[in-house]
Ligand binder design. Sequence first.
Ligand code: MN
Length: 283
Amino acid sequence: MSKKPPLADYNAKRDFSRSPEPAGRPGPARPSGPRFFCVQKHLASHLHYDFRLEHNGVLLSWAVPKGPSLDPGTKRLAMHVEDHPLDYGTFEGVIPEGYGAGIVMLWDRGTWEPEVPDVDAALARGDLKMRLEGFKLKGSWVLVRTPRDGGRSWLLIKHRDAWSSPELDIAEFAPLSVKSEGDFADILAQDRPEIWLSNRPARGGEAGAMLEKIVARALELRAGREKVPAAKPAKERAAARAKPPARKAARKVSAARAPSSRGSKSTPRRPARTPAPRSRKPR
Ligand code: MN
């Protein structure tokens, strides 16, 4: 969508000696059939959801501040941002400093297919209809460009179908990673939460408050993990195995049960926020 070499903007914004993000090289272009898509939940200076579609060897990317909505009546602002490398699609982790500093969670992934014959023409027109087959997002969607912000502002809208739902808040219902099954604190605890005791990427506002809690929780998780003895008694391990982990169950629910608008106006199930067992095997 630009005349520069592929991923030039992506690479220019990042110092790969300081960021764990993958360096950008375009991959092979797949002319037809299902392509990769993902949504990364990104807590940086603000919380947002990065919606990415594989096209011509890169991931076309939009930052969606409020995240996707399953309600066809709710149009979500989606700011077109620089293309990302295909490798970025499975990235989850901590960007300690610099551009996008914060925590990235792989919130959804799957495949997409255009519902139009020519993706480039649809992008040029500013109206891309597509089908998503993710764990959380499914069915027919559209990205529509608006005249605002020099054409950078698009809207992400769910089409009415078996996978739309006017009442289910998918971000609340299925908040966790499809890669690690963790939340932001879990992801940070795998890294070095202490780096953000000072100099956090977000200080003020909602994101700052959120990050402060996440850092505290990640430090607790780390401290707990370090205290956990290397080998639990066999009995305890067996008991832990027998108990279905709440988080895993929640993810299965979000993956398997499509929120459907067919038939009854069923109230959405309890959001998948059941606190998961915090004692995990140390890795
Ligand atoms: Mn982002």
